[in-house]
Design a protein around this ligand. Structure first.
Ligand SMILES: Cc1cc2nc3c(=O)[nH]c(=O)nc-3n(C[C@H](O)[C@H](O)[C@H](O)COP(=O)(O)OP(=O)(O)OC[C@H]3O[C@@H](n4cnc5c(N)ncnc54)[C@H](O)[C@@H]3O)c2cc1C
Length: 424
């Protein structure tokens, strides 16, 4: 059959109706729907009612995280179950629903995931088996974990990390020194995963990731950060002062590190850059969190617009308000499709040729910042007060333009991917 004949046959098949259903589907499975409903119930009944209180207290909401652990939403098994979904969609669905409830508390529950992804992405099977369960603790003894890459002078520029890790052969130990900044759960975590430089001259290619076991001396919390939003999530500096960890705490093991460093020193490409690999894997999930905030603000302002009357009619009857809501819904749905695509690609090992993970994160973050700001506008004066939740949602949303790679850095990654040019 020639190409033309094949094309004609395809056209005919389309006209008559394809004998087989197309494999592409956006319909969620029953399992995915059940999980979504279950998380939504927790977000609605437990998280949302507590959101204002913990935002005002600016403290880690231990009782809520413990409740999440009791129902299996926080913990090793729950996470493994979400991750097991081969479509990759369960993780973003869970995150969207939880953050719909509240982003500060959502981050308190999901923040451990950053350290867990680093261990999962870079650890040996033994390290994964040992450390991931310890990041979560148990239902009766809940623990949290922190991922520490950023430093005062190394935010977007991860290659500028100054924290060093030196190998002490005699004791088979690594000695870490430096200051980490902005660590979610930093200092209150049981397990810290720290990115440190083993060879400063190699920039980010000389980085490695280390697990700092609970109670290790020389690993202390520094200043706690007072934040604009997600205030129930704990953020702090972490100081590493002659912090000694066993040789086995180097994620991936020393042999693999030595091989990688040798390759880099010979001028060959290195396969893994510790911090960047962790960020790439988690971007669509972070985007899903932003979506949850955006959707919460959209739903709240939609209901408000139907209820609130001015000039003798509901404010939604004005196109200016109705069209804004139409745009909010459209943008949120568009962002969700990008998030789902990138999650599916990540889970199925499809190469991110056009930086689809970054696309999903930058879009979802900006949609959340924009939609929550529009929600304030729709609520008018009420929207600007702490009596109504959209004010908090707007403060919470802004972080999604900043952490896990700022919007500018995402655009840099995307523009490099699409052009092949080293855009700066
Ligand atoms: C609440 C919160 C929680 C966090 N949690 C963690 C955590 O758990 N672990 C962790 O390691 N880090 C964490 N971070 C750190 C976060 O990842 C960094 O703040 C972020 O990467 C940006 O770094 P920076 O703040 O140093 O900003 P900078 O890098 O100083 O950037 C400042 C501005 O310059 C822009 N810019 C920088 N370089 C370029 C460029 N080449 N081109 C164009 N524009 C550029 C940026 O986009 C930004 O707008 C957290 C931060 C916050 C605020």
């Amino acid at each position: 059959m020639t190409a033309t004949e094949a094309a004609e046959e395809q056209v005919q098949e389309n006209v008559n109706g394809s004998p087989e259903k197309a494999p592409f589907s956006l319909e969620l499975s029953q399992d995915q729907k059940d999980i979504r409903e279950w998380v939504h119930g927790f977000a609605e009944n437990v998280v949302r009612p507590a959101a204002h209180e913990w935002d005002e207290r600016e403290e880690f909401p231990w009782p809520i995280v413990q409740e999440a652990a009791k129902i299996g939403l926080y913990g090793f098994e729950g996470t493994a179950q979400f991750f097991a979904d081969e479509t990759g969609l369960t993780l973003p669905i869970v995150n969207e629903e939880l953050f719909w409830g509240d982003a500060g508390i959502g981050m308190a529950i999901m923040g451990t995931g950053l350290a867990v992804s680093a261990i999962f992405g870079q650890g040996t099977p033994e390290q994964i088996g040992e450390w991931i369960p310890r990041c979560y603790g148990t239902e009766d003894d809940v623990k949290i974990a922190a991922f520490c890459a950023s430093e005062p002078d190394a935010g977007s520029d991860v290659s500028a990390v100054r924290t060093t890790a030196k190998y002490d052969e005699a004791g088979d130990e690594w000695v870490l020194n430096g200051q980490k900044a902005w660590a979610t759960n930093g200092g209150i975590a049981d397990v810290h995963v720290v990115i440190a430089s083993v060879d400063r001259e190699l920039g980010s290619r000389g980085h490695a990731a280390f697990v700092i076991p609970p109670g290790t001396s020389g690993c202390e919390q520094g200043a706690k950060v007072k934040k604009h939003g997600i205030r129930a999530s704990h953020t702090a500096d972490v100081h590493l002062d002659d912090c000694r960890v066993p040789g086995s705490c180097l994620l991936g093991g020393k042999e693999k590190l030595d091989e990688r460093l040798a390759r880099v020193r010979e001028g060959k490409r290195s396969k893994s850059q510790a911090a960047m690999a962790t960020f790439e894997a988690s971007r669509p999930i972070v985007g899903a969190q932003a979506l949850g905030i955006a959707r919460a603000a959209y739903e709240y302002s939609l209901e408000y617009a139907k209820e609130r009357s001015q000039f003798g009619k509901a404010i939604i009857e004005n196109q200016a308000i109705a069209f804004t809501l139409a745009d909010m819904k459209t943008e949120i749905d568009a962002a969700r499709l990008l998030v789902w695509r990138a999650s599916w690609m990540g889970r199925n090992g499809v190469p991110f040729e056009n930086a689809e993970g970054s696309m999903s994160k930058v879009k979802a973050g900006e949609v959340a910042t924009w939609a929550t700001e529009r929600a304030i506008q729709i609520l008018g004066g009420n929207g600007y007060t702490r009596e109504f939740p959209v004010e908090r949602m707007h403060r919470d949303a802004k972080i999604y333009d900043i952490f896990e790679g700022t919007a500018e850095i995402q655009r840099m990654v995307i523009s490099r991917a699409i052009s092949g040019v080293h855009i700066r």
